[in-house]
Design a protein. Structure first.
Length: 100
């Protein structure tokens, strides 16, 4: 799923940068907004995914995630909402049983 790929990319980027795995931390590094940055436009979201997270998925897949976080069609998504979405899909799964 696309949300899982965003989470994985944010986690990998944070590991190499020795920083936070939050998407908002990645956005702050990319756009220099620091703690004052609270939302992303579609263009900024794409830039974050392409430049910072190095995702090569097609725009349609990224647009699906963006639109799911912008149900009121305001043209921007909250970084807190994006972080919550990533944390939600990254909840650990129970360990699977070893193959017989």
């Amino acid at each position: 799923r696309m949300r899982d790929r965003i989470r994985e990319a944010a986690t990998a980027q944070a590991a190499t940068a020795q920083g936070s795995a939050s998407v908002s931390a990645c956005a702050a590094r990319l756009f220099g907004g620091g703690e004052g940055k609270t939302s992303l436009s579609w263009t900024e979201f794409c830039a974050l995914c392409r430049r910072e997270l190095r995702l090569l998925d097609c725009d349609e897949q990224l647009r699906y995630v963006f639109n799911s976080l912008d149900p009121e069609d305001t043209g921007s998504i909250g970084l807190e909402d994006l972080d919550a979405c990533v944390r939600q899909v990254s909840a650990p799964s129970p360990p699977s049983a070893p193959p017989p």
